[in-house]
Write a protein that binds this ligand. Structure first.
Ligand SMILES: *[C@@H]1O[C@H](CO)[C@@H](O)[C@H](O)[C@H]1NC(C)=O
Ligand SMILES: *[C@@H]1O[C@H](CO)[C@@H](O)[C@H](O)[C@H]1NC(C)=O
Ligand SMILES: *[C@@H]1O[C@H](CO)[C@@H](O)[C@H](O)[C@H]1NC(C)=O
Ligand SMILES: *[C@@H]1O[C@H](CO)[C@@H](O)[C@H](O)[C@H]1NC(C)=O
Ligand SMILES: *[C@@H]1O[C@H](CO)[C@@H](O)[C@H](O)[C@H]1NC(C)=O
Ligand SMILES: *[C@@H]1O[C@H](CO)[C@@H](O)[C@H](O)[C@H]1NC(C)=O
Ligand SMILES: *[C@@H]1O[C@H](CO)[C@@H](O)[C@H](O)[C@H]1NC(C)=O
Length: 452
């Protein structure tokens, strides 16, 4: 029985800083990472160039797109941001039929932009077991053709191939140790798992504790779904203790893989998140809950906590989604998974470095004697982050930064941190002095002491 439904449509801050610094020096070859899904099923989205600016400002290093749109590939060139690109379900047939189709696509659509655009994954098909027509049999033949094309181009080790799955691919996900794949999908799964094991590629899954909670609120508490539970759920067969739904869902996949003797395959979470708005009956789709879920998720993941079945294991996770997508069908929540509105205003402030306090409302409450706050540049932010934020504030952020130009009143002291502080505070005061207006991807901090 699939107890928890999947998504069907579609004290030492300095020490923490040092650890974050070290992990960025060590690079992307080790350590868990957090990325974001950049879906484009919306009207009035910013141009890909503007999106790249926004992504850099948030200090996001990994982005998943759902196709291989040339404008998007070009926009991400020379940014160092790692891109996961996709072959949509509607294109599976030609890719599965002829090797030459995969070769041509690679030659015309990918190689001209690679390696300036750092493509690291290709997803072949998305949630095919949920697709209305039976297309899953096309996936693995298409994957092999893409693999052969990459091999011929000398890229089979640089770009990994996989396919994303819905959690509904399991027939059982609770307790996690009973995790099992639905045997109806065996014809698809067996060759898929063989491909993944052979090519050392991850098993990709989209996990949505939101749906588990929404569809079964009596069995799943909101706190458990939001990583806020103070109690634990024990898996009786293994004795493993679970403090959140996310770990439980990821481990169900690990156990399902183990049951088929594919224990060497790693799991990657290609979508997870929480909607900020829903239909009348979706009362827990709120900006606060979305902020709490994603903030806790980021902290959980970048800490390399792993899951109870794989403690300390690296786990790469993509948050769904960068923008609200108004063209998606279905319930109101479907269109409200974004961290940003298409006009680039943030729906809630998310710190992709995992450093911000979880409970923003508590922080807002703590007002000083006369209630005046300033926003300045954090002394812990890197120069690159500060420069990116400064560029954004003085550009798209509409702040007049002429006062910090040479020979102007606020040029001295001539340091990046003081110029950034001037710009951040101006932006903050112009934008309602809300906590969100002092985010800057973690490089802004509020202070109650007048910095000038
Ligand atoms: C889908 O297609 C595969 C292979 O063609 C077949 O084995 C399987 O039974 C089909 N599944 C359904 C639900 O029709
Ligand atoms: C397994 O998959 C089949 C075909 O999609 C579906 O009809 C069936 O309900 C699934 N079984 C479970 C237990 O989810
Ligand atoms: C809650 O769990 C029980 C036992 O596992 C199950 O019988 C019941 O259907 C679940 N309730 C919902 C709403 O899923
Ligand atoms: C997994 O391996 C064990 C031991 O080699 C074997 O007994 C079992 O049948 C295998 N299971 C599957 C699903 O292949
Ligand atoms: C991060 O890891 C440390 C040490 O393993 C642990 O004590 C701490 O609670 C973890 N933080 C989070 C948010 O999981
Ligand atoms: C926060 O503000 C609210 C409303 O002004 C007030 O009722 C509450 O007591 C405050 N909480 C703290 C901890 O100051
Ligand atoms: C109170 O506000 C004024 C400006 O409105 C500021 O100059 C002063 O430093 C503030 N006092 C404190 C204690 O923050």
């Amino acid at each position: 029985m699939l107890l928890f439904a999947s998504r069907h449509s579609g004290s030492d801050i300095e020490l923490q800083g040092i650890i974050l610094f070290l992990s960025s020096v060590i690079g992307s070859c080790s350590g868990s990472s957090i990325g974001v899904c950049y879906g484009r099923n919306a009207d009035d989205l910013p141009t890909p160039d503007k999106v790249v600016e926004l992504v850099k400002l948030q200090n996001i290093k990994y982005v998943r797109i759902y196709d291989s749109n040339i404008q998007v590939l070009k926009a991400f060139a020379n940014t160092g941001i790692e891109l996961m690109i996709g072959i949509p379900n509607s294109d599976l047939l030609p890719f599965a039929q002829f090797q030459s189709n995969a070769d041509t696509w690679l030659k015309n659509n990918i190689l001209p932009y690679y390696p300036a655009t750092k493509i690291t994954y290709i997803t072949v098909g998305a949630e095919v077991t949920e697709a209305p027509s039976n297309i899953s049999a096309l996936v693995v033949p298409a994957m092999w053709n893409v693999f052969t094309a990459l091999k011929k181009a000398g890229l089979k080790k640089k770009i990994k191939i996989s396919t994303t799955n819905s959690l509904g691919i399991l027939s059982c996900s609770y307790p996690p140790s009973a995790g099992a794949f639905n045997s109806s999908h065996a014809y698809f799964l067996k060759p898929l798992l063989e491909f993944l094991a052979k090519s050392r590629s991850p098993f990709m899954v989209n996990t949505y504790p939101y749906y588990a909670y929404r569809d079964s609120p009596t069995n799943v508490s909101l706190d458990y779904a939001l990583f806020e539970s103070s109690s634990e759920v024990i898996d009786q067969s293994t004795g493993l203790l679970y403090t959140n739904m996310f770990d439980s869902q990821v481990d169900a996949i690990y156990f399902a893989l183990m049951a088929l003797n594919f224990s060497t395959i790693e799991v990657m979470v290609t979508e997870t998140g929480w909607p900020s708005k829903g239909s009348a009956e979706e009362v827990d789709a709120t900006p606060d809950n979305a902020h709490t879920y994603n903030t806790n998720l980021i902290r959980h993941v970048i800490n390399d906590t792993g899951t109870p079945a794989r403690p300390g294991n690296e786990l790469d996770v993509y948050i769904f989604s960068l923008f609200n997508e108004n063209r998606k069908p279905g319930l109101e929540s479907e269109r409200n998974w974004g961290i940003f509105d298409p006009d680039q205003t943030s729906i809630y402030n998310l710190d992709f470095n995992g450093r911000a306090p979880v409970d923003v409302t508590t922080e807002t409450n703590a007002t000083n004697s006369n209630g005046t706050w300033w926003c300045i540049a954090s002394s812990e932010a890197s120069e690159t982050d500060l420069q990116n934020s400064l560029d954004w504030v003085c550009g798209s952020g509409n702040v007049d930064c002429s006062a910090v130009q040479p020979s102007q009143p606020c040029f001295e002291p001539d340091s990046l941190i003081s110029h950034a502080s001037y710009a951040f505070n101006t932006y903050y005061q112009q934008n309602g002095a809300t906590d969100i207006a002092c985010g800057f991807g973690g490089s802004g901090v509020k202070t109650d002491t007048d910095p000038s």
